[in-house]
Design a protein around this ligand. Sequence first.
Ligand SMILES: [Zn+2]
Length: 225
Amino acid sequence: MRLLPSGLVLAPGGRLASLAAVNESISERLYADDRVLVDKIVTKPLDNNVFLLSCAASNKSVIIDAAADADRILELAAATDVRAILTTHGHWDHVGAAAAVSATLGVPLYIGSEDTELSGLTGTHPLEAGSIPLGDLELEIIATPGHTPGSRCIGIGPVVLTGDTLFPGGPGATADAAAFAQIMESLDTRLFTRPDDTMVLPGHGLHTTIGAERGSVEDWRRRGW
Ligand SMILES: [Zn+2]
C-alpha cells in the first residue's frame, strides 16, 4: 500500500470504501496560486500522469492527457467546468481514455496536428502553438517536436507541462539521431529559455524545475542519441 505523503488529497467524490479505493481515488495538488490550480492522478499501466488545470476564478478547467481510466479522470474533474482535453502527444499511453472522456463530457479533444494520425483518434481539433483562453487564464501552447513530431508543452504562469519532452534527468526517448537533435533544439529554444524556478510537470513520474535540470543539458547533448 502506498503511504499518503502530505499534500495528497482525495479527489472530489473520493470514497473511503476500501484501502484500494482510497489509493485509486487519490489526486495530488501539485500547484496552486490565486489564479491557477494543477491536480494530478496517475494511471496504469505505464504510470501516466493525467492533469487537471483549473482557473481559480472561473472554475473552468482542461484535462491534459486523458491517458486511461475514464472514470477516475471524470472524478478528478467533476467539481470543475471542463472545457477541453489537451493532448501532449499521440502515443497510445497518453490517449487511452481521451475519446471516452471527450464524449462523456461533450468537450473537444485537441492534439498537435502532426500527431493526429499516430494517435488513432478521430474528430480531434489541432493543438497549435499559441495561446488558448481558459477563464481568466491564457494557456501557452508550445510546439516541442522530437519525442514525436506533434509534441506540445503547455505553459501557465510558472508551470510547464512537458508531456514526454522533458523529464527529471533528461529528454524523452527519440526514434533516431535527427529526432534527438530536434528534441534538444526544442529544449534549448522553448523550455530552457524559462526561469530556473519554472516547475516542470512531465507525462510520467515526478516533477522537477528548469533550474534543477539546466546544469545537465550539455551532458545530455554530449551523451547524444
Ligand atoms: Zn510518449
